[in-house]
Design a binder for this molecule. Structure first.
Ligand code: NAP
Length: 498
């Protein structure tokens, strides 16, 4: 078993203090930064130390309602703005994101834990949604058509859905927000955004940037709260919002879908994943190992797209496991702000405990540890890069999202066997397939039950591509040319000509 390098430096730098001192910590309602009405706050915690970073406003039901009222009030005038005006605001925000990338990356690393290089990567990715939808705003189109049976004409127009509720998770605190806020703005929809309580600072910073970029008051409103259900359910059931766009767990998504049914809200659901990563014997082994590291270790494995089950054809699993363990064990674990760190902490103690339990369960059922596998002691919620092999299908981690830096390898014999195993899950977000046989690649890509497939690549996310899942991984798509459709209604106007 290979041991891990750990960075132990623990001083809070002046740069960290300065970024936190400037961080937005209030609610943003109707164009003003305000405290919660009852003055309540909650702490945002640094997961690398388990210590509070700063306090943010803890919204009550009344604060949530004020935010939705502001969005409703701003909707008519915002819908009347020109596509070019909305596009220009987004382009200014895109430029500001890049101008401030260093400070924004540090803020993200402090609240979420990922290494600084990954935070910079996420801000670039988040900014791409802003730029992409700046372009889409001016490409909203409709149609004009002759009725097949006569002289009538069909006019098809696109209109904003109306006030939206946008709920985001903690794992990509900026990108998950821009992936919703940017298309909402492009389409002419106002919104109330509720970021995850564990990582509100990046979303608040982005909304501050939108205000600087000239976004009108009330168009985007943000509530941070420790009472997610208590604050959001009345808004969902109010009859004032027209749409809910949610990114998070399938469990919470199902609850929200039920709540949305009351007023038949439009919904977009980006939910959990259980990605299979399949390596055939004819694959390029070096590329497959690097792809597995990208698919597994990005965001410390805390990604809906993370490789959750790695199936390797029997003839190469030994060599693949050895090379993967070698590379993963060489990744430095530590505070994301420190130089050379490749693996930051998990989000909280519960996440750290759950990953440890999943590993213990798999090992108890016969899996072998090639590297890692032990929860470290000391401050922060760290877990080492871990490779397990011979993980049986009965292990809990083949059914549940690991959400940690653990790569479970399972051998397979032939194509039909591995496709059956890969599809044996209620999730269907993404899959990864490594093979140099074009026919096999296309056969597997067409048969596998996921909304996205990475062919010989371990990361599929791109603002210009339609991101989303099938089965219980979600409804709708974000990004690409279809992303804006989620925020548009189609109106058909029948015209009599005779
Ligand atoms: P989560 O527990 O479902 O929370 C997501 C968001 O929903 C948070 O803002 C949370 O607020 C809020 N929330 C929780 N309960 C709620 C309720 N009853 N009513 C309204 N809002 C509620 O998920 P998470 O742990 O933050 O994120 C990890 C999950 O997200 C994983 O399953 C991952 O696969 C999924 N994910 C999916 C995608 C995708 O694109 N498909 C992308 C990223 C992540 P609090 O923070 O206050 O609890």
């Amino acid at each position: 078993m290979v041991s891990h390098q750990t960075v132990t430096e623990t001083t809070t730098s002046a740069a960290e203090r300065a970024v936190l001192d400037q961080a937005r910590t209030g609610l943003y309602i109707g164009g003003s930064w305000v405290d919660a009405r009852d003055g309540a706050t909650f702490d945002v915690v640094d997961p690398s130390r388990g210590q509070p970073l700063c306090a943010v406003a803890d919204a009550s039901v009344a604060d949530g309602r004020a935010a939705l009222d502001a969005a409703v009030a701003a909707q008519p005038s915002f819908a009347a703005t020109t596509p070019r005006e909305r596009s220009d605001v987004l382009m200014r925000a895109f430029e500001l994101l890049h101008e401030r990338i260093d400070d924004l990356a540090l803020l993200m690393t402090l609240e979420m834990g990922k290494p600084l290089a990954e935070s910079r990567g996420e801000i670039s990715y988040a900014a791409e949604f802003v730029r992409h939808f700046a372009g889409e705003a001016v490409r909203i189109d409709g149609g004009y058509q002759q009725a097949p049976g006569g002289s009538g004409r069909f006019l098809v127009a696109k209109q904003p859905v109306g006030p939206c509720l946008l709920i985001t998770p903690w794992n990509f605190p900026m990108a998950m927000a821009t992936r919703k806020i940017a298309p909402a703005i492009a389409a002419g929809c106002t919104s109330v955004v509720k970021p995850a309580a564990q990582t509100p600072l990046s979303t608040l910073a982005f909304v501050g940037i939108l205000a600087e970029a000239g976004l009108a008051d009330g168009v985007v409103n943000v509530v941070t709260t420790t009472a997610a259900g208590g604050v959001m359910e009345p808004l969902i059931r109010s009859g004032l919002a027209r749409k809910l766009s949610f990114t998070g767990s399938t469990k919470v998504g199902k609850v929200l879908l039920e709540q949305c049914a009351e007023n038949v809200l439009r919904t977009s659901m980006e939910l959990g994943g259980n990605a299979p990563f399949i390596v055939f014997e004819d694959a390029d082994l070096d590329e497959a190992v690097d792809g597995a590291i990208a698919a597994k270790m990005r965001n410390m494995g805390e990604a809906c797209t993370a490789a959750n089950r790695i199936y390797v054809q029997s003839g190469i699993i030994g060599e693949f496991g050895q090379r993967l363990a070698q590379k993963m064990s060489a990744m430095t674990v530590g505070r994301g702000v420190d130089d050379g760190v490749r693996v930051g902490p998990l989000i909280d103690e519960a996440a750290q405990r759950k990953v440890g339990e999943l590993v213990d369960d798999a090992v108890g059922q016969g899996a072998r540890v090639l590297t890692g596998g032990q929860t470290p002691s000391g401050e922060g919620y760290f877990y080492p890069p871990t490779v397990l092999t011979d993980v049986p299908q009965s292990a809990r981690m083949t059914d549940e999202e690991i959400f940690g830096p653990v790569a479970p390898l399972t051998p397979f014999g032939d194509e039909s066997e591995v496709i059956a195993a890969a599809n044996d899950t209620e999730y269907g977000l993404v899959s990864f397939v490594y093979t140099n046989d074009l026919r096999r690649a296309l056969r597997v890509a067409e048969t596998i039950e996921t909304g996205m497939v990475g062919l010989n690549q371990g990361v599929v996310s791109n603002a210009a591509a339609p991101f989303g899942g099938i089965k219980q991984s979600g409804l709708g798509r974000e990004g690409g040319s279809v992303g804006i459709e989620e925020f548009l209604e189609t109106k058909y106007i029948a015209i009599a000509l005779s």
